[in-house]
Design a protein around this ligand. Sequence first.
Ligand SMILES: Nc1nc2c(c(=O)[nH]1)N[C@H]1C(S)=C(S)[C@@H](COP(=O)(O)OP(=O)(O)OC[C@H]3O[C@@H](n4cnc5c(=O)[nH]c(N)nc54)[C@H](O)[C@@H]3O)O[C@H]1N2
Ligand SMILES: Nc1nc2c(c(=O)[nH]1)N[C@H]1C(S)=C(S)[C@@H](COP(=O)(O)OP(=O)(O)OC[C@H]3O[C@@H](n4cnc5c(=O)[nH]c(N)nc54)[C@H](O)[C@@H]3O)O[C@H]1N2
Ligand code: SF4
Ligand SMILES: [Mo]
Length: 687
Amino acid sequence: MHSYIHEPDGVFPSVCSLDCPDQCGLLLHKKDGKIIKVQGDPAHPVTKGNICNKVRNMTARLYDPKRLEYPLKRVGAKGEGKFERISWNEAIETITSKWKDLIVHNGPQSILPYSFYGNMGNLSAEGMDRRFFSRLGATRLERSICNAAGSTGYKYTMGGSFGTDPEDTIHSKLFIFWGINAVSTNMHQVTIAQQARKNGAKIVVIDVHKNQTGRWADWFIPIMPGTDAALALGIMHVLFAENMEDEEFLQQYTVGAEELKQRVAQYDPPTVSAITGVPVDDIYKLARMYGTTSPSYIRIGNGLQHHDNGGMCVRTISCLPAVTGQWLHKGGGATKGNSGYLAHNARALQRPDLLKDKTTRIINMNAIGKALLELEDPIRSMFVYNSNPAVIAPEANKVRTGLMREDLFTVVHDLFLTETAAFADIVLPAAASFETVDFYASYWHHYMQIQQPVVEAYGESKSNTEVFRLLADGMGFDEKAFKATDEQLIEEALDNPANPYLEGISLKGLLEKQFLKASVSPIISVKLPTPSGKIELYSEQMLKDGYDPLPVYNPVVEDGDLPYLFVPAPNHNFLNSTFSNNARHIALEKEPRLHMNVVDAGRLGIEDGDMVRIHNHRGECVLKAAVGENVLPGVLVSQGLWADMPGAKQLVNALTPDRIADMGGGATFFSGRVDAEKAAGPEYQIS
Ligand SMILES: Nc1nc2c(c(=O)[nH]1)N[C@H]1C(S)=C(S)[C@@H](COP(=O)(O)OP(=O)(O)OC[C@H]3O[C@@H](n4cnc5c(=O)[nH]c(N)nc54)[C@H](O)[C@@H]3O)O[C@H]1N2
Ligand SMILES: Nc1nc2c(c(=O)[nH]1)N[C@H]1C(S)=C(S)[C@@H](COP(=O)(O)OP(=O)(O)OC[C@H]3O[C@@H](n4cnc5c(=O)[nH]c(N)nc54)[C@H](O)[C@@H]3O)O[C@H]1N2
Ligand code: SF4
Ligand SMILES: [Mo]
């Protein structure tokens, strides 16, 4: 395959590898063999040359003096972060001999991979690694930390991750950004909405925090965390009560409209207002606006589904466009995720058959702390890549106690010595996405993109696929599956007759064109992949799976009786914990703030700028108060997954629950309760 490595100067096409829906097309400017500038590719049909702050500053990350160059082995105590350089041979030999020993004495299930989408490339995130761990017979990881609850809920209604083509939303007249901080997390949807606004579209934001997205809205609706399903049911109540539903659409394209109508009868605006904190008049106003504006588009975020009831919440909201027949209007409908359109052949790429007939246990990544500490048949080795669990996983203190276990052999493959890597026995340097081959599919827009290596891998770093080929070799796995080149892996993955939308997308085409669009027709014109083939307002399948077959509001689980719900959301200049180790990004964010309502602050004697200690039985954290009206009383919001800094207690996940959400094994980051008090001593000052 072509590579740009040997061209020292020029401008080369690329794609952003970060876990962000926008998946921007990029141009990399190269001089003397180094990337000197990262720019948006103006030719990309959706992202059109605009990229975020974070990636404009990517060269600082690529050539950060802290970037890992060599494999390392631990020489200090666990967690102390003292390492010594070793060769790749020694690293692979150490890992594989340890694993061979574990397999003999404890079985392959004593080994656990832990990974997420630090690199969204399909080969990097779910390629050779999956082949390797299946062949090994390792414990499997349920990768459910991000959107699992919501996508499962959405699937019950719509059959899969199929929503509105964002390019069509330029025609929309009403945008509801619901539980999404789109200005920071989906900037190109904001750009499209902004253009539509010039043609008269209105922008509504429903959130627990009036952040940058709320401030941009025409109408911001604050809501109590975890109560969005009730609001959606209240809107449907008004739509039916005032005959704003689209009878014809409901007849032809849905099942269960009559049952839904009966269900929502109990969710009258006063009832819903008492649950959600949204005034009765606003519920009427929103329902009437939604019921009389077409096309209307709902962008369903991730925030509202990081709750105990997140699956049912998204399931409920996703019924709204059907009630008013929005799926028939170009630009109408909703998007939770759109990954269904670009689904590749996962079986061919990941080869689950390499597991043969062995059954292996599955561990939910959201309960990794518990898994490391409490399993009767313990995890004795963990291989971490594309993820930083010491910071991003809930119940962080449990996670870190687990990582401290002397008998846990931990390997971390990353670009940096992350907080997790500090606990490792062996650290492996990872190549950056611009240094590797991969193919990328957005979970929002409909374009597949290709990455060809633009620069040589930094130092001795290696890509994920290379590392797993080396490990397979070290383990003596001689199947052809481990000899496949990256190009072969892409070809195998793109050969997916089961997905008609992928027709015409090939490696050759991607190499020629850089981005190719899924052949999308309006989702409603095809038979939906639900059991009935229609939009399921009533779902027999849900009943079978033990859920209410109709949309319903279930309150979040009682998380003790502490007074505040704590919502530690992402921030603008980091991507999860990525960039939290970069001086420029830290300077842009300044410091972690705790948003609180003036009423709560008054009661606690806290003023804007004071340090506040928040705590519960899981842990504590000290953040600087931002006092105002941006959150409702009883709600505390922070932004950003901050890196460990000496003397600072800013690990928000020390407080978050590892309970599992109602659907998909999802996370419940935002359903935890805390208490708060003014922090005294200077030991809490963050410099
Ligand atoms: N800049 C930046 N971009 C990112 C990321 C990042 O860290 N930084 N992370 C990437 C990843 S992995 C993901 S999954 C996405 C996430 O991006 P989003 O989909 O925007 O999800 P969150 O940022 O988790 O939460 C969105 C909003 O939900 C609100 N919220 C919390 N609970 C509730 C609730 O009960 N109801 C309502 N209505 N709102 C609620 C929060 O206040 C927040 O403003 O962004 C991606 N893009
Ligand atoms: N409190 C709270 N916690 C959260 C969330 C929240 O909103 N609030 N959001 C949750 C969500 S939605 C998500 S998706 C998770 C994200 O959690 P993670 O996926 O762990 O995200 P990052 O912190 O970005 O860590 C990704 C790591 O992958 C590394 N990496 C990048 N590219 C490569 C590569 O090619 N190879 C290898 N080996 N490594 C690579 C990066 O350097 C980085 O250290 O966090 C979750 N945690
Ligand atoms: S992080 Fe998102 S917005 Fe920024 S360049 Fe990457 S895909 Fe684009
Ligand atoms: Mo995520």
